[in-house]
Ligand binder design. Structure first.
Ligand SMILES: *[C@@H]1O[C@H](CO)[C@@H](O)[C@H](O)[C@H]1NC(C)=O
Ligand SMILES: *[C@@H]1O[C@H](CO)[C@@H](O)[C@H](O)[C@H]1NC(C)=O
Ligand SMILES: *[C@@H]1O[C@H](CO)[C@@H](O)[C@H](O)[C@H]1NC(C)=O
Ligand SMILES: [Cu+2]
Length: 411
């Protein structure tokens, strides 16, 4: 079967609910569990149920047309699907990897007067994130900004590198069960995004310090050096570090992280971190316990002083390495875009549980922990991805996966 036939068949089986693995929320009533199960397999089945429910909500919104605005033509027939990497066939994985390698070869659009280190189209995405880091984390824009950013990356893969497959995400709970190095994203094969870094023994802890809050100590992983195999073995990280956390409570700074600083991609895969912060119970607990957007986004990013880095930090710190442990430069690791696919999926699920109150819910300002103080983020706040791509858009366009520039669902 051709790749096209495979994905069309898959698409049809989802949309028409022919023997599909997922249930339709309209057909099979789903009772939202009151709380997350502490048993990992039970929590996993709760998460599967919640995702199916969200899919049903997305589908019925499109059927009823309640989501559609004049500016958006998203319909069930052109709804695209985002799928977990492990559900991709070998050919589908290779097609995605080839498109990323292509983006890393195309010339940058960022002028060198802005970032001398931006050498490729891929680097445009890294440079934009470096420049805006303090306005897009622990802010009101965090979730919507990253939703738009991931979408524009997906668009660049399609429009500039002929990618035609589905967009992939990383299911953290799967890694928490089978271990980072056994997940097909990180197994180091030709169909992974490269695996662990070369082992460096006896590394000290990573200490995450933010403002004056008590620090969070995280163990380092089983790698630490350059990735040794897979498609990104020869990939050159051009930008950063900006603020790179290193084992042994050390930090590497650079005065201008936009300067050119070519080096290898390092990883330090850390099972302990993914198991502790992003297991199925943690994900379901985040979704079910967060009653408003403030608590949802705060818990997700690790409430400061809580001794947790949240599922967001859990994914980043389980990758580790360079630029994985640098909040500014982290998109320099291609796995970033699968991690943030999952972040967006969890937001999509959370929104679907109470669309009336959650679809447009925003909390926070335009500065990291509101330092220095800045105005509240609103639906009119503009998001500008700079040279990464996309037009300048108000938050209002970025709140639903089937409105504004978006037309996708997660499976
Ligand atoms: C989706 O389909 C509609 C009509 O079938 C079309 O007008 C619209 O442009 C399509 N949207 C996308 C994003 O392809
Ligand atoms: C799962 O995650 C939660 C929340 O981070 C944590 O408290 C719990 O210990 C983890 N469970 C396992 C089995 O590691
Ligand atoms: C900003 O948001 C906070 C929290 O929701 C609210 O208390 C405050 O009144 C808002 N400020 C303005 C100027 O709207
Ligand atoms: Cu980010």
């Amino acid at each position: 079967m051709t790749l096209k036939a495979l994905s069309v068949g898959f698409f049809l089986s989802q949309v028409l609910a022919v023997p599909a693995p997922r249930v339709d929320a309209d057909a099979i009533p789903f009772r939202i569990p009151p709380s997350a199960a502490s048993s990992i397999p039970e929590a996993q089945s709760q998460l599967d149920g919640l995702a199916s429910f969200a899919y049903g909500v997305t589908k019925s919104n499109l059927e009823s047309g309640s989501e559609r605005r004049r500016t958006n033509a998203c319909t069930l027939s052109n709804l695209s699907v985002r799928r977990e990497w492990s559900t991709f066939t070998v050919r589908q994985r290779k097609a995605y990897i080839d498109a990323v390698l292509c983006l890393q070869k195309l010339p940058a659009k960022t002028p060198s007067s802005i970032a001398t280190g931006a050498k490729s189209r891929y680097d445009d995405f890294v440079a934009t994130h470096v420049q805006q880091t303090l306005g897009i984390h622990h802010t009101g824009t965090f979730l919507a900004w990253h939703r738009y950013y991931v979408h524009e990356y997906d668009q660049a893969l399609r429009n500039e590198c002929s990618y035609k497959g589905d967009y992939p995400y990383w299911d953290w709970p799967l890694s928490a069960v089978i271990g980072m190095e056994n997940h097909p994203i990180f197994d180091g094969s030709d169909t992974s995004l490269s695996g662990n870094g070369k082992p460096i023994p006896n590394q000290g802890d990573i200490v995450v310090r933010i403002a004056d809050f008590p620090p969070v100590n995280l163990p380092s992983g089983t790698g630490g050096g350059c990735v040794t195999s897979g498609p990104f073995k020869d990939y050159v990280v051009n930008l950063g570090p900006a603020v790179l956390l290193l084992p042994g409570d050390k930090v590497e700074f650079r005065p201008n992280p936009l300067d050119h600083n070519p080096r290898c991609l390092k990883r330090d895969l850390t099972d302990t971190v993914i198991k502790k912060y992003a297991n199925a119970t943690a994900v379901v607990d985040l979704i079910l316990r967060s009653k408003d957007i403030e608590s949802f986004q705060t818990t997700m990013q690790g409430a400061l002083g809580s001794d947790s880095v949240g599922v967001h930090g859990g994914g980043h710190f389980a990758l580790g390495g360079d630029p994985g442990r640098d909040v500014f430069v982290s998109p320099g690791d291609p796995a970033f875009f699968l991690h943030h696919g999952m972040i967006d999926r969890v937001w999509w699920i959370w929104q679907s549980l109470d669309p009336k109150n959650r679809r447009n819910a925003i909390h926070g300002t335009g500065t990291f922990l509101n330092q220095p103080p800045s105005p509240n983020t609103t639906l009119d706040t503009l998001i500008d991805l700079g040279h990464a791509g996309g037009s300048v858009r108000p938050m209002r366009d970025l709140m639903s996966t089937t409105d504004g520039p978006f037309c996708y669902t997660y499976l």
